[in-house]
Structures are given as C-alpha cells and as structure tokens.
Design a protein around this ligand. Structure first.
Ligand SMILES: *Cc1c(COP(=O)(O)O)cnc(C)c1O
Length: 412
C-alpha cells in the first residue's frame, strides 16, 4: 500500500492510480507503456505542451547560477525581468507584481491587498462580493469566496461571510442588478470573479459584456475588481487574458497555472498603482506583511520568462484561433447529439453536459466516464455531468478527434 494520500481521490473505492513515467507534448506515458492524451492539461496548467523545450532549457540554465534566494530584502534578475514583462503584457495599469507559489496563494494575496487598501485609506469597507459557483482555491480564505458545498462543508465554521451574486443568465442583467444594489451600500471592498469561465464550478461561461458591466459598476461605486485569471490566463479563452475580451483592466489580477507553461509552480498577483501606493508609506504598519518561503523562486521565474518569450516570439494568437476553430467543429458535432446539452466554448475550452437524471458531482456517472475515457487513451475529468476538453495548445486534429470520439462513444 502506497504512503501517498492523493488529492480529490477516494482511496476506499478507487484503484491505485497509474504511474506516469514520462510526459511529452500533449501526452502522458504510463509505467506499463500506455500513452494518454492529456485532455485536461494536467488540471489546466500546461499551455504550450509538456516539457516545452525552451522552458526546460531555461530551467537548466537557471540552475547553473541560482536556486532559492530569500526575496525579502534581496532580488534577482529572473524576478525583475519577469515582473517587467508581466506588467507590459497585463491589462493597463497593473504596474506592480507580487510573487507567490500557487493560484490559492495568489488569491489570498489579492484579498489581503484589497482589505489592506481600504484600511490604509481609513475606510471601513471589508465585504467581498462573489459570483455563485465560483472557485478560487482550497485554502480557508479562497474557499470562503468560493462556492460552498460537499467539498468544504466540514470547514464551514472557519469561513468568513461574503455576498453572493447570481450567475449571469442570458445577458447577465440579473447579476448586474444584484451587484449594483450591493455596491451602493458603500460596504463592498471588492468583487472577486473568474472572468468569462467558472472553471471548477462546471465550466460555466458568460459573455464579455457582463464582465464589462461589472467593471462599470465597480467604477461607479468605488469597489475594487479582483480578476482571478489563474485558469483563464495565458490564452485559455482565446486571448492572452479573459479580461482582454471585455477590454477591461481589473484593480488586482491573479495568475498562476499557465504562468510557467505548467512546468513548475509559480504565481503572481498584479496590482494597480492605487493599491501599491496605499501600502507604500513611512508608516511601517502599512507594509504588506505577506510572504511564502519560495516567493519568486528564481528557477520558476526563469521558466516563466521563457514562457513569456514564447508569447513574444511565436504566433500564439493564430495558434489559439486555430485551436478554437478545431474545438468548435467537434463541439458542434456533439451538440447535435440528444444525449448532450448546453454546448459552450470560450476559445480553447469546450464543454457540454451529459443529460442525466441524477446530476451533481458525486453522481456515479463521473467515475464511469473517467474509466471509459482512460480505456480510450484519454485523460478527461468530468465535473459532475459536465464533460470538457481543455487541451495543451500543441494538440493536433487527430489528438482532438481521439478526445471527442471518446466522449461520443460513452454509453450513459
Ligand atoms: C486552480 C484555480 C485556483 C487555485 O490554484 P492552485 O494553484 O490550485 O492553488 C484559483 N482560482 C482558479 C480560477 C483556479 O482555476
């Protein structure tokens, strides 16, 4: 029996997981010699492909001169250069980069920045608005701003209260009206959201006009907008950032997952001058007191810098456009199949729901679908009865056929 306790894994009922011995491009290879198409980009982190050569090379080179260096009071070139590039690529006005090491910590940092901002401004605002079905991580703070349910019921006594907006229906007027009413109260410190796609909440999608409308309400009532681009960033929705579709800039933005192309962990929280300036003072109590041991790990920063160079030096936008078109052709085929409903897509992410009477994440359909996909040589992880394909950008037409044929051949 293995000593490993796996995440989101029921050891009582699931067989010992296959061992992966090699990764390359869009594929994982198992110890018993099978090839698996990574249809979920290893939980949404891999963008260009596994072990992308330039990124791997950058890691090799970085280890020739650096390893972890304390980042409080010291700095290094990989972190400095990466921060400059991130500011240049991010939506306008996000001029300050705070490093951490996972999506959850990037969100915790964002929430702390927002609360710190209002405190230092001498304003008592402290309430956080969220959209129902959101996911922002599995730490206590990020669970608090995420959807409550079977995953986190046990920790409910530790979570703080937030104000929930309904998920946008149609043109999203329901969400905008609810937010306007809340924002008027003068109590809202920030609205945190996943722009355009609610990932773990079931790949639920809403139009860019709703995002733009929420930004306007934030402006009208002086509420900070936190965009959690941890999943949507680095091209997933068909543009570099999901916020780009709406032409908006948040006050605070979180990025992780694809930041290093999915090779090593790293995260960054970008903040506007207004947020930074409120913490910048001769009064030392205004210092942003937050750090992780591995903040701005030089090897991870070097990997991220190589990842950024791919955006600067290769035709990424046309690659995303092609992949989007490849996905929509396949989604359209299954949309005509009456076993499925609610086909939806933002850029490279395509999803649809299997019609089942007994939905919900814990339904037996999920594990059976997963087993079927594995048999077909594809790694897919349905969210309840929602099936989605979120591939690395290096997939071919044939790779995508493998994934979508596996979905089509599932006998509910
Ligand atoms: C995955 C995810 C997180 C959490 O990131 P971790 O690196 O797993 O901590 C936060 N927000 C969103 C939108 C995510 O998809």
């Amino acid at each position: 029996m293995s000593a490993v306790w796996h995440p989101f894994f029921q050891h009582a009922t699931e067989p010992q997981p296959p061992q992966i011995t090699r990764t390359e491009g869009a594929y994982l290879e198992t110890a018993d010699g099978r090839r698996l198409l990574d249809g979920v980009s290893s939980w949404w982190v891999v963008t260009h492909g596994h072990r992308q050569p330039q990124i791997v090379q950058a890691i090799r080179e970085a280890t020739e001169s650096l390893d972890q260096v304390i980042f409080a009071g010291l700095t290094h070139a990989p972190a400095e250069e990466l921060a400059t590039e991130l500011v240049g690529m991010a939506p306008a006005g996000l001029d300050h980069v705070f490093y951490s090491d996972s999506g959850s910590t990037a969100v915790e940092v964002a929430l702390k920045m927002a609360l710190g901002y209002w405190r230092h401004e001498g304003d008592g605002r402290h309430r956080i608005a969220v959209i129902e079905d959101s996911y922002h991580g599995d730490t206590i703070g990020t669970m608090s701003v995420g959807e409550r349910g079977v995953f986190n019921a046990a920790y409910d006594p530790l979570m703080f209260a937030v104000d929930r907006l309904p998920f946008p229906a149609g043109d999203g007027q329901n969400t905008l009206d609810a937010f306007e009413a809340l924002a008027k109260s003068g109590q809202m410190a920030a609205l945190i959201l996943e722009p355009l796609v609610l990932g773990a909440g079931g790949m639920r999608m809403y139009p860019a006009t709703v995002l733009a409308g929420l930004r306007q309400i934030c402006d009208r009532h002086d509420v900070l907008l936190i965009a959690d681009e941890v999943m949507t960033g680095w091209g997933r929705t068909g543009r570099l950032w999901a916020c780009d579709h709406a032409g908006i800039a948040p006050d605070i933005m979180c990025t992780s997952k694809g930041l290093t192309g999915g090779v090593v962990p790293l995260a960054a929280t970008l903040a506007s001058g207004r947020i930074f300036d409120a913490h910048c003072s001769t009064d030392r109590t205004r210092t942003f007191y937050h750090s992780s041991s591995y903040t701005a790990n030089p090897i991870a920063c070097a990997a991220a810098l190589a990842q950024v160079r791919l955006w600067q030096d290769s035709p990424m936008q046309s690659r995303l456009d092609d992949l989007g078109a490849m996905q929509s052709a396949r989604l359209a085929r299954l949309a005509a199949d009456d076993r499925f409903e609610n086909p939806r897509q933002w850029g490279t992410v395509a999803a649809l729901d299997l019609k089942v009477r007994d939905g919900g994440y814990l339904a037996e359909t999920g594990p059976r679908m997963r087993a079927h996909f594995m048999e077909k040589g594809v790694l897919l992880r349905p969210l309840g009865n929602t099936v989605y394909v979120l591939p690395p950008y290096c997939v071919t037409e044939e790779d995508l056929d493998l994934a979508w044929d596996a979905i089509a051949s599932f006998q509910g």
